[in-house]
Write a protein that binds this ligand. Structure first.
Ligand code: COA
Length: 184
C-alpha cells in the first residue's frame, strides 16, 4: 500500500499572511498532508504568542482538509523525524530569499540526508509582503485587507487599536527655509 506523504511547512507565522496561505494551498494540492508548523523561538521577539499564531493559522486554513497546524522548537530536522516526515516546504518570494533558503536547505540536508526541501514560488501579488511589513503598515494606519485573512485582521486590530490619525510631521528646517524666502 502507498504511504501517505506528509510535508512540513515551517515558519514564524507572526502572523500568517495570504502569501503563506497561497504556499500552503499549493503544497496541499501535491502532498497528502501538510503540517503548518509554527516555530517557538525564544531568541526572536514575536508580536503574537505561539497559541495566537497557531489559532490564526488554524482558522485561516480550515478550508483545506489535509492541512493541520502545530508548533515546534529545537532543530527542524528533529521535528520532522518526530512527525515522520521527510519533506520541508518553503516559499520563495524573490531572488533575495534564495540565498538564505539555499543555505538552510543544504544545512538541513547535511544534518538529515533523508529529508528533502521543496520550494514553492509565491504568487507575484504576494512577493513583497512579510509579516513584519504587514504589522508596520497596519500600525501606521495603512490598509492590509488584501494581504491577510479576516481573522488576522481582527487580531491586528485588537493588538494595535486604531489611534487618532496624526498629521505627518513636517520637516522644521524645510519649513523655516520657506518662510525665509518669503514664498507662500
Ligand atoms: N509570504 C509572505 N511572507 C513570507 C513568505 C510568504 N510566502 N515566506 C516567508 N515570508 C516572510 C515571513 O513572514 C517572515 O517575515 P518577518 O521576518 O517579517 O517576520 C520572513 O519571511 C521569514 O520567514 P519565516 O518562514 O518565518 O522564516 P524564518 O527564517 O523565521 O524561520 C525556519 C525559518 C523556521 C524554517 C528556521 O528558522 C528553522 O528551521 N528554525 C529551527 C531551528 C533550525 O533547525 N535551524 C537550522 C536550520 S538550517
Amino acid at each position: 500500500m502507498k504511504r501517505a506523504v506528509k510535508a512540513i511547512y515551517p515558519g514564524s507565522f507572526d502572523p500568517i499572511t495570504n502569501g503563506h496561505i497561497y504556499i500552503a494551498e499549493r503544497a496541499a494540492s501535491i502532498f497528502d498532508e501538510v503540517r503548518v508548523s509554527v516555530l517557538v523561538n525564544s531568541q526572536k521577539r514575536s508580536t503574537f504568542s505561539v497559541d495566537e499564531r497557531c489559532s490564526m493559522a488554524r482558522e485561516a486554513l480550515s478550508y483545506l482538509p489535509n492541512v493541520t497546524v502545530g508548533h515546534f522548537q529545537g532543530l527542524l530536522v528533529d521535528y520532522l523525524r518526530c512527525e515522520e516526515s521527510r519533506v520541508i516546504i518553503r516559499g520563495l518570494r524573490a531572488m533575495s530569499d534564495f540565498e538564505y533558503e539555499f543555505q538552510m536547505a543544504l544545512m538541513n540536508r547535511q544534518l538529515a540526508p533523508e529529508i528533502e526541501t521543496f520550494f514553492i514560488v509565491t504568487d507575484p501579488q504576494y512577493s513583497y509582503i512579510s509579516s513584519s511589513v504587514i504589522r508596520d503598515i497596519f500600525q501606521f494606519g495603512g490598509s492590509v485587507h488584501d494581504v491577510v485573512p479576516p481573522g488576522v485582521f481582527r487580531r491586528l486590530r485588537e493588538r494595535f487599536p486604531p489611534q487618532t490619525p496624526q498629521t505627518p510631521q513636517r520637516n522644521p528646517a524645510g519649513e523655516q527655509r520657506k518662510t525665509e524666502g518669503g514664498a507662500p
